[in-house]
Design a binder for this molecule. Structure first.
Ligand code: HPA
Ligand code: ZN
Length: 326
């Protein structure tokens, strides 16, 4: 359609993307076979049938199970490279990728195996596809502070490859304040900070992410609409929100996309961006996310241009690098 061609033609940056969430069922099966890991599912179709979620935790259980097939450096390379080919296809020219080291180190996979595989693919994408990238390490918030400190310790050897730290996994009951000291140490060490907040959790968690974790961006942030004073501050400081429409729909954060707060947030002047979160699990990469939310909320082409421009303005690229894309 005209709208999908328009979206496809926009140069975009992606700012909320979990690399483990790009593991397509076909690659999952291939890696299971290559690494001789038994699966509960007989076929790709049967696996896809399991991708029906009632909430965030439902998804996380399946997502961590899927990650179990990632063992060798080559596996992390193949995973990342497949995503980067999607980026080329969808006109994503810059991507800021999350990875979850604790998901892998807890299974005996070395931190080095994970980061080297991902990084080699990012290097190749820069050299061969002209796609720029940054890497952000997320702490799993359902695990304890000591485990997060351990992950941070391991990241110190890779400061040249990791620009920032984030916070993901089960939000409810795991407030940003649980990781205040880890994030303070991370900032001392020179890492930027981001955090998932206000996805399933309350707006108070968004406030904590800003005040206690000193985040540069809020991941999701849907609940921000519920606090007038916070929204004003996010506008004034132009703290970006990395919104993920198809994720919110799949995890029932919103009942339907017609009731998604994106347009209200955008019209209030927040620096809203559109992202795919875990595209292999939620039924769409970035263009499908733009299209779905555009149709549901009757977004104009001007709105779509603003969202694409915001993706660069909200990125970690320097002002000069951003200018090339604006
Ligand atoms: N929320 C929390 N944790 C996650 C997500 C998410 O959207 N995706 C992958 N891990
Ligand atoms: Zn996420």
């Amino acid at each position: 359609s005209d709208l999908s061609n328009f979206i496809a033609g926009l140069p975009k940056a992606e700012l909320h993307l979990h690399i483990e969430g790009t593991l397509e069922p076909e690659l999952l099966f291939k890696l299971a076979q290559r690494n001789q890991i038994p699966l509960k599912y007989q076929s790709v179709d049967e696996l896809k049938q399991a991708y029906r979620f009632s909430n965030l935790q439902d998804f996380l259980n399946i997502y961590y199970e899927g990650a179990n097939v990632l063992r060798e450096e080559q596996d992390f390379y193949d995973l990342t490279w497949a995503y980067l080919l999607k980026c080329r296809e969808q006109h994503v020219v810059h991507t800021e990728i999350f990875f979850d080291p604790q998901t892998h180190t807890s299974r005996g996979i070395l931190f080095a195996t994970v980061i080297n595989g991902i990084n080699h693919a990012l290097q190749d994408a820069h050299d061969k596809l002209g796609i720029s990238s940054r890497l952000i390490m997320c702490f799993l918030r359902h695990l304890d502070e000591a485990s997060a400190f351990q992950a941070l310790e391991q990241a110190l050897d890779y400061k040249d490859l990791i620009v920032g730290v984030g916070l993901d996994s089960s939000e409810k009951g795991n407030p940003p304040s649980k990781f205040e000291r880890v994030f303070a140490k991370a900032r001392e060490e020179g890492f930027l900070t981001v955090a998932h907040a206000g996805e399933e959790g309350p707006v108070e968690y968004v406030r904590e992410a800003v005040d206690l974790l000193k985040v540069f961006r809020i991941d999701h942030g849907n609940a921000s609409i519920n606090d007038e004073q916070l929204a004003v501050e996010l506008v004034r400081r132009q703290i970006p929100l990395t919104v993920c429409p198809l994720s919110n729909l799949a995890l029932k954060v919103v009942p339907d996309l017609e009731n998604h707060p994106l347009k209200k947030l955008l019209d209030r002047g927040l620096l809203v961006t559109v992202n795919s979160d875990d595209p292999a699990y939620f039924g769409g990469y970035i263009n499908e996310n733009y299209l779905a939310i555009a149709e549901a909320l009757s977004l104009s082409k001007a709105d779509l241009c603003l969202l694409a421009k915001n993706s660069f303005r909200g990125s970690l690229l320097t002002a000069k690098e951003q200018e090339k894309h604006l």
